[in-house]
Design a protein around this ligand. Structure first.
Ligand code: CP
Ligand code: NVA
Length: 300
């Protein structure tokens, strides 16, 4: 039987996402030892830096009775030109699931195409589905189901933004995106989302009445050289008190972290009462444990 993968948010149905969120909330409350993945191993390939993704997956696997192996191109043959397909074929015969954080989204897809075990996208240049799963758990915990709500995405049309476009379709909310010219999400993704996605250049218009306001760094990993250029382009796209004032009075603020206070978000907002960024970070652990349990059913 072909394994299930989590390469994009579209790999799960809305019903499956909701059931994972409820399971994540249960796992978060669980105080007894529960080891459904005893002796199972997660291989983790990181082509880019990580704090939250690495620690949450590694901790989750240990808590579930298994283990995780950290692999970087610097000290594996992947960094010396061994074809991605061959690496996928080899790893899939040794580990029980593979998580990848890659420069190119295509690398995650190639792994999935050649894998006998579940492949999880731990961030690519196009998508960050594990983060948005944790964001959704956080919204559900604080405010209930997100169906019918409005999310304001302020800033870059990047991997996080594009995953929100997917999540909006799967969970039935609308995402209002305000990005500066030249930094839009992929047009095809926006088109596919239909009524679930609306674009504007005006951050205040996007935030108007929003139930959740989300932003991310102006320069993602690998775009450090563009920092100065982007700082100019995004100067009017900061989430601050003025912007939060036009959102719904009980609006939440989220950021996947790491954040740059004074750039994409003011310190007052990220450290203020509407911010749930620390719950959001913690939920990476619980949401991914629910995901691992779902993708790795017990042996018969
Ligand atoms: N949000 C997130 O993925 O954080 P890391 O880069 O630290 O893994
Ligand atoms: N958009 C950011 C997210 C980091 C978790 C990046 O890709 O660097």
């Amino acid at each position: 039987m072909n394994p299930r993968h989590f390469v994009t948010f579209m790999d799960l149905s809305g019903e499956e996402v909701r059931s994972l969120i409820h399971r994540a909330v249960e796992l978060k409350r669980l105080k007894t030892i529960y080891e459904p993945l005893k002796n199972k191993v997660l291989g983790m390939i990181f082509e880019k830096s990580s704090t939250r993704t690495r620690v949450s997956f590694e901790t989750g696997m240990i808590q579930f009775g298994g283990g995780a192996i950290f692999l970087s191109p610097r000290d594996t043959q992947l960094g010396r030109g061994e074809p991605v397909e061959d690496s996928a074929r080899v790893l899939t015969r040794m580990v029980d699931a593979i998580m990848l954080r890659t420069i190119s989204h295509r690398t995650v897809e190639i792994f999935a195409e050649h894998s006998r075990v579940p492949v999880i996208n731990g961030l690519s240049d196009r998508f960050h589905p594990c983060q948005v799963l944790a964001d959704m758990q956080t919204y559900f915990e604080h405010r209930g189901d997100i169906a019918g709500k409005t999310v304001a995405w302020i800033g870059d049309g990047n991997n996080m933004c594009q995953t929100y476009i997917h999540a909006a379709q799967q969970l039935g909310f609308t995402v209002h995106i305000a990005s500066p010219p030249g930094y839009d999400a992929e047009p095809e993704l926006i088109r596919q989302a239909g009524v679930h996605c609306k674009l504007t250049r005006d951050p205040l218009a996007a935030a108007d009445g929003a139930d959740l306001v989300v932003t991310d760094v102006w320069a993602s990993m690998g775009q450090e050289d563009e920092q100065a250029l982007r700082a100019k382009a995004f100067a009017d796209y900061q989430v601050n008190a003025k912007l939060m004032a036009v959102a719904a009075p009980d609006a939440l603020f989220m950021h996947c972290l790491p954040a740059h206070r004074g750039e994409e978000v003011s310190a007052g907002v990220i450290d203020g009462p509407q911010s749930v960024v620390w719950d959001e970070a913690e939920n990476r652990l619980h949401a991914q444990k629910a995901l691992l349990e779902f993708l790795l059913p017990p042996d018969n």
